[in-house]
Design a protein around this ligand. Sequence first.
Ligand SMILES: Nc1ncnc2c1ncn2[C@@H]1O[C@H](COP(=O)(O)OP(=O)(O)OP(=O)(O)O)[C@@H](O)[C@H]1O
Ligand SMILES: [Mg+2]
Length: 348
Amino acid sequence: MPAPAILFPADPLNPRRPDPHFAWEARTLRELGGEQHLVDHDALLTGDVAEAVRRVPRDAGPLWYRGWMIPSADYASFARALADRGANLLTSAPGYASAHELPGWYAVFEGATPPSTWIPLAPAAGRPGPEQLAAAVARLGGRGPAIVKDYVKSRKHEWHEACYLPELSDLAAVGRVVARFVELQGEYLAGGVVLRRYEEFARAGGGGGTGAVAEPGDAPVDAPVDGPGDGLGDGLGAGRSGRPSGGSSDAPGRGGTGERPMEARVWWLDGDPVLVGPHPDAPGQTAEPDLTGVRPLVRALGCRFVTTDLASRADGSGWRVVEVGDGQVSDLPRGIDASGLLSSLLAA
Ligand SMILES: Nc1ncnc2c1ncn2[C@@H]1O[C@H](COP(=O)(O)OP(=O)(O)OP(=O)(O)O)[C@@H](O)[C@H]1O
Ligand SMILES: [Mg+2]
């Protein structure tokens, strides 16, 4: 079988070049002798899938994608359009949805990840009703802190306004934060509303992996203090544009008591870790997670190329899976050595 080629999003301003966000990855791939083709991400999101894949040669064979997030339904159209041209994405549409959306991976990772429940909700369908929210809260045990996100992304940069739920038993407060989350996600709400029990993770700066002292519920990121809309490249930009989160480390600090929780992003190919690196929010942080418990779960998920974001519990009781993602759309912090990861993709 020929080595897979890798698809990158084209630069909207210069469609013959990769998008600047992925240019360094594309350059690394070229240095490794790998082949690449460009796709039009904006055309894909507007439903013009023929235009999106126009530059992919016919019979291009096996393909990986490395680019901005794509809603699962659009990924399915993308895969079909490529198949019609004699090319096949090595991650199938069902496989993509399983890794990309929390309900797709949750059952496999249950017990290793914060307890979670969800309410399916179409974008612009309003907010979940009070009975639906009360039932979801009851499924999570009815009390204690939690967070809200959609099937793919949180609004962690609006932590107190649209992410953190200090006390589930305060249903009115839960309703307010969830409503604000849904309102801010707008038409980009992915799948529905997810509630997850909040767990305290070790924070950077604590040394020795045990973490610094933080107040429960401290924002996990240096959230912008305020400001209209979303900073370019933040987690929300991701929701809006289907783009993965970039760094937020340049955002103005909130000045909370704690440092951000330390997360490692582990890249898995065919059940083996091929890169353990920092989370893109904190590209300078390194952690060495214990992968013993996670490996069988990744294998059970059965998706070829995925990421797991791992955080160490603040009480030192072990590593937790904060999030699973499809490896094709997980952000890779710039400056990291991606040659091993890309070589593995070429050899897969
Ligand atoms: N259950 C939880 N308990 C404690 N903290 C949490 C929990 N879920 C999320 N967080 C914190 O909020 C942050 C954002 O959550 P999550 O990773 O699920 O959302 P996201 O928007 O998809 O982030 P990204 O794609 O940038 O990794 C996490 O990095 C973590 O610090
Ligand atoms: Mg995350």
